[in-house]
Ligand binder design. Structure first.
Ligand code: NDP
Length: 302
């Protein structure tokens, strides 16, 4: 395949590009910054990779078989009103651009597949409910962001196979939520965060990359698909496993204020959770490499 990827320079995108490149697919990195992308994907290691800034996205998308759309301002930061606006706008702007470029591509060079990211924040938060792809959307800020983000992707031509991946909290080395949680953990000899009762719908980085890869290559992957491991855990358990893996039994709860100091209002991503099941992925026969958080954390920290 020839695949154009937005957000390719990010935590998930980097790994996806490595995987696609290793499997001999042609990758086009759609970025805002060529110099940044060149550092991440040096020609020596990634011969043949195309890096394109926005004025060249059109040429890249035309002639690609597929587009993966991952771009957006990171949400785990301090949320000023401006940042909140940018969290939403950055996603809608890039998605809208990608969709317009796909829809505007002449037949024959129009990509046939769009895999677009969204998040489990779509469902809102709850300590008691269980959500899957058929559940309605929540009514908080992140749910609104996800709804509008998805609605923008849904404007793609009907003859394009669209997979919307509602991604959970991605656990991996060198990035994502875990990288931010570990220092806190060290500081507080860490116990649960907040009440500890919140649900934490996580997925290992390898699994989310595999799921996106499947969505690209398997025509049955269509519509909304939750990108979460089959066994979400309460935050207290997540922290206990993290403590065990780090050789730090968890006793003292990490106070909300500490998490908020690191993540700002974006801490709500971790502090207000939801229990989300990957019903569609299971129906599609997707094999999770890391179904249990214990094994995921162990591999990541080893
Ligand atoms: P990252 O934050 O690591 O990377 C996102 C990429 O988006 C960046 O590399 C950057 O690419 C681009 N970007 C950043 N800011 C902006 C902006 N203001 N406007 C346009 N583009 C921007 O994201 P992840 O890899 O962690 O996640 C990928 C997608 O999946 C994101 O949209 C995220 O919301 C979603 N997701 C991730 C989860 C996670 O746990 N990681 C959980 C749920 C959803 P460049 O500089 O090259 O343009």
């Amino acid at each position: 395949l020839t695949v154009s990827v937005t957000g390719a320079t990010g935590f998930i995108g980097k790994r996806l590009v490595q995987r696609l490149h290793a499997d001999k697919h042609s990758v086009r990195v759609l970025t805002r910054s060529r110099s940044k992308a060149q550092l991440i994907f040096p020609v020596k290691e990634f011969p043949g990779i195309v890096i394109a800034e926005e004025q060249d996205w059109k040429d890249c998308i035309q002639g690609s078989n597929a587009v993966v759309n991952l771009a957006g301002l990171p949400i785990s930061t301090r949320w000023s009103p401006e940042v909140k606006k940018e969290i939403k706008q950055s996603r809608i702007k890039v998605t809208s651009k990608v969709v317009d470029l796909i829809n505007g591509s002449p037949e024959g060079v129009r990509p046939a597949i769009l895999v677009s990211a969204t998040a489990v924040g779509y469902y809102g938060s709850s300590e008691t409910q269980v959500f899957d792809e058929r559940s309605p959307s929540g009514n908080d800020y992140l749910a609104e962001v996800c709804r509008e983000w998805e609605a923008t992707a849904l404007k793609v031509n009907k003859d394009v196979r669209l997979a919307l991946i509602r991604i959970g909290v991605v656990l991996g080395k060198d990035g994502g939520a875990l990288a931010k949680m570990i220092p806190l953990f060290m500081m507080f000899a860490g116990g649960p965060l907040g009440s500890g009762q919140q649900w934490f719908s996580w997925i290992h980085l390898d699994d989310i990359v595999n799921l996106i890869y499947e969505a690209l290559t398997n025509p049955s992957y269509k519509g909304v698909i939750n990108g979460t491991a089959p066994n979400p855990v309460r935050l207290a358990e997540m922290c206990e496993q993290l403590g065990n893996a780090m050789g730090r039994p968890s006793w003292l709860p990490v106070p909300d204020f500490a998490l908020k100091a690191v993540l700002g209002e974006g801490a709500s991503v971790v502090l207000d959770g939801q229990r989300v099941l990957p019903t569609r992925a299971k129906e599609l026969g997707f094999q999770f490499k890391y179904p249990q958080v214990k094994d995921a954390i162990k591999t990541i920290l080893s």
